[in-house]
Write a protein that binds this ligand. Structure first.
Ligand SMILES: NC(=O)c1ccc[n+]([C@@H]2O[C@H](COP(=O)([O-])OP(=O)(O)OC[C@H]3O[C@@H](n4cnc5c(N)ncnc54)[C@H](OP(=O)(O)O)[C@@H]3O)[C@@H](O)[C@H]2O)c1
Length: 351
């Protein structure tokens, strides 16, 4: 297979700068890595957050992008799980050679899975970051950006371990929320209560929610509705949205002794916090060292979990125009104009 020397990539030129499609070198895989020709990448809010704030990245120009699917074209040393020509998907990271918004990228083989036979490249590319975030939120270990430390559902002792315990998932139609609902169901939580817009009630139920409530309820109204559903205290709330109002509602519904899992840093008023309620701000990337074992264990099962229908991917919307189309698509995410779907771009279309 011929490995090109150069490729097109979408670069964020400087901190809070503009995006530009440029020609850069194709990275070389090191030990334990593979080189992938990308067929589909998916967009996440973190990319517009990086562009508009001081978030995460210090080295520029920077290639962003966390979610990728494509074909293996080169193997680094000590890679025996994959072959040239395999169709794979994987989670990228905040380093140019590992990021997704380019035509070729390097992946760490332990965080790669083969594309399930029932999924397209587009569907496979939609999975990694949001799925990792839901997984770390529920099962991640206790560290600065860790999760609730529940026993994973794929462990024999984890299946249905939480039967009879209620969980509230704020945002069951968000990309993270769709997986949080599925995982909560697989872990046995019941009832699984979630909040969405009325047009997404059916989707939320199909993904495992037992009770679906309107996302616009106030804290008081939500508490009242939750109490009608269960008399049990709500020990776990997974806020997959993160806005201040959703944080306040989540914290309000959480029972003393409970854990609030959040996808953004706490915006709660410090003077209203009580020591009996734990608030987490999770880091949904398996490349973070404390998440890595969890991620590698899961990636070795991920193809089967989707192929067997145990897990269902998010809906996708393909944006034409290649990498150059990403900045406008990120604006749609920023404005909250995307409901219950992942936006996908095809790097080979880039001119
Ligand atoms: N910490 C991390 O590592 C990490 C990783 C990934 C994502 N995140 C963050 O997690 C958040 C969600 O990401 P995402 O990719 O899942 O978002 P997304 O799919 O773009 O979210 C869109 C969905 O959010 C729902 N939504 C918006 N406001 C809501 C509210 N007040 N209540 C309930 N649902 C609401 C909408 O539901 P309806 O259409 O039903 O109204 C819509 O379907 C973002 O802030 C993102 O930056 C953090």
């Amino acid at each position: 297979m011929i490995i090109p020397m150069q490729q097109k990539a979408l670069l964020l030129l400087e901190k809070k700068g503009r995006f530009s499609v440029e020609t850069i070198d194709v990275p070389t895989p090191g030990p334990g890595e593979i080189l992938v020709r990308l067929e589909a990448v998916s967009l996440n809010s973190v990319e517009w957050k990086i562009q508009t704030t001081d978030f995460v990245i210090d080295d520029f120009p920077a290639v962003l992008g966390q979610d990728a699917a494509g074909v293996v074209i080169q193997l680094g040393e000590n890679v025996d799980m994959f072959s040239i020509g395999d169709k794979v998907f994987y989670q990228g990271f905040f380093k140019n050679r590992l990021a997704a918004f380019q035509q070729y990228s390097v992946a760490s083989a332990d965080l790669v899975a083969k594309v399930p036979s029932n999924l397209s490249f587009d569907q496979a590319a939609s999975i990694p970051l949001v799925f990792a975030t839901a997984t770390v939120g529920l099962y991640g270990s206790d560290w600065e950006r860790g999760g609730a430390g529940l026993t994973p559902f794929w462990y024999p002792e984890g299946q249905d371990k939480y039967a009879g315990q209620p969980i509230l998932i704020i945002g069951g139609s968000s990309s993270v929320g769709q997986y949080a609902s599925q995982l909560a169901k697989l872990s046995g939580f019941s009832p699984v209560i979630t909040t969405v817009s009325p047009q997404n009630y059916g989707l939320a139920k199909a993904l495992g929610a037992t009770h679906v409530l309107n996302r616009n309820l106030s804290t008081k109204e939500l508490l009242r509705e939750v109490k009608k559903i269960t008399a049990e205290p709500i020990q776990y709330v997974f806020n997959t949205i993160g806005s201040k109002p959703t944080q306040e509602t989540s914290y309000g519904v959480l029972a003393p002794g409970g854990t609030l899992i959040q996808v953004v840093a706490s915006l709660l008023d410090q003077d209203k916090l009580v020591s009996e309620k734990k608030v987490l701000y999770i880091g949904g990337n398996f490349h973070f060292p404390p998440n890595r074992l969890l991620g590698a264990g899961l990636y070795s099962r991920l193809t089967d979990l989707f192929e067997s229908g145990v897990l269902k991917p998010n809906n996708v919307e393909v944006i034409p125009g290649g990498l150059a189309a990403i900045p406008d698509a990120l604006e749609r995410l920023k404005k909250g104009e995307v409901s219950a779907r992942k936006l996908i771009v095809h790097p080979p279309e880039t001119i």
